[in-house]
Design a protein. Structure first.
Length: 371
């Protein structure tokens, strides 16, 4: 009996050795079918030179404290679907791109139709759900079909030294190409740091729809619509319509339609935007509105009918400077609901040059002149 038990133990250990050998010493994912075994068994994973099948997700649900490295070129076959093309999930993760040797190429030109979310279905390039001090560092994305990075259901996460380049989606021959190509969107997340990153795109550099306790700093945003805080995705859930305790500092927005957008959806349920702080925001060549605050948004556009369902309180700004790009541009547009929609704002040290239209404000923050 004892010898039989030893035989069973030997066979089990041999099977484990063979399994690890089959995965490879460095646990590298070369094709989609490798992912399940590698993520289940490895702590240090490399995704290398992979082309992901059409309409399929590279699902990277990682072990606690795992390290994931992207190396070489990661691309995707064409399919009209919503994605995500890559989905990373886990606790206390370290996710990184190999230095000087990686590119996640969304091949957006295959999807771009100038219509964004109103046209053919386009996949989210990367979805992240992470907790426990996870760090995502030195990652290069190119030509996202639509939104690039969705940070969802996350807590205690740092994203730093990202480079997102969708400049190929800029308008051509007077027509839109890439549309709704947000660099990062954040929803249902808290204790987030987004630092030291560059986004070149056609929509928000960063869009926050819901969350709390975030620090966003040292960003370079080129093109698009700058920084967006947009609340009101739910008809019933106040938490899903809440954005609070957000610090945004040391950000450059260049050659963009907008610099800062703060909007509430007027036909949504109740919520709030509160304790938001913008400091040292530099803008250049703003073509539409440098700072736009609206409480009348329906279906993505201004309806002209405001609502105080999502009040905006303690929206504070300091040292906001830049240039406007011509007669159609405007420094500030504030459209608040007159029944207590906006309160307790302080705006100081605004300095802009360049020809533009008169600012419009139906609510005037302390320290700011709308004249």
């Amino acid at each position: 009996m004892a010898s039989f038990a030893l035989l069973v133990a030997f066979l089990a250990s041999t099977a484990t050795i063979f399994a690890k050998s089959a995965l490879g010493d460095n646990c590298t994912i070369y094709k989609l079918s490798d992912a399940a075994d590698v993520t289940a068994n490895c702590d240090n994973i490399v995704v290398k030179d992979i082309q992901i099948d059409a309409g399929q997700t590279l699902q990277l649900f990682l072990k606690d404290a795992a390290t994931l490295t992207f190396q070489g070129t990661i691309t995707f076959d064409y399919a009209e679907w919503l994605g995500p093309a890559i989905w990373i999930k886990g606790n206390a993760l370290k996710v990184q791109g190999a230095k000087f040797d990686h590119l996640i190429d969304g091949r957006g030109a295959y999807w771009w139709d100038g219509l964004g979310g109103s046209g053919k279905q386009k996949p989210l390039l990367m979805k992240i759900e992470a907790t426990g001090g996870s760090v995502f560092n030195n990652i290069h994305l190119k030509n996202c079909p639509q939104a690039c990075v969705g940070l969802e259901n996350s807590d205690s996460v740092t994203l730093t030294y990202w480079d997102i380049d969708i400049i190929d989606g800029n308008p051509a021959n007077g027509k839109e190409v890439g549309v709704n190509t947000d660099g990062f969107y954040i929803i249902d997340s808290s204790n987030v740091k987004l630092l030291n990153s560059t986004v070149r795109n056609q929509d928000n550099c960063v869009r926050i729809n819901q969350g709390s306790n975030m620090s966003i700093s040292n960003l370079y945003c080129y093109g698009g619509r700058g920084i967006g805080l947009i609340a009101g995705l739910s008809k019933t859930d106040i938490e899903k319509n809440t954005i609070k305790d957000i610090s945004l500092e040391d950000i450059m927005v260049l050659d963009a339609k907008n610099g800062i957008q703060v909007k509430t959806i007027s036909d949504a349920g109740k919520g709030n935007i509160s304790n938001i702080y913008f400091k040292n925001i530099r803008m250049a060549n703003i073509r539409e509105i440098a700072v736009n605050v609206e409480q009348d948004v329906v279906n993505g556009t201004s309806s002209g009918v405001t609502n105080n369902n999502i009040p905006i309180t303690k929206l504070n700004m300091d040292d906001i400077t830049g240039t406007l790009a011509g007669g159609d541009s405007k420094l500030v547009n504030i459209v608040c609901d007159p029944k207590g929609g906006c309160s307790d704002w302080s705006w100081y040290r605004f300095g802009f040059s360049g020809e533009g239209q008169q600012s419009v404000c139906n609510f005037v923050p302390t320290g700011f002149s709308c004249e």
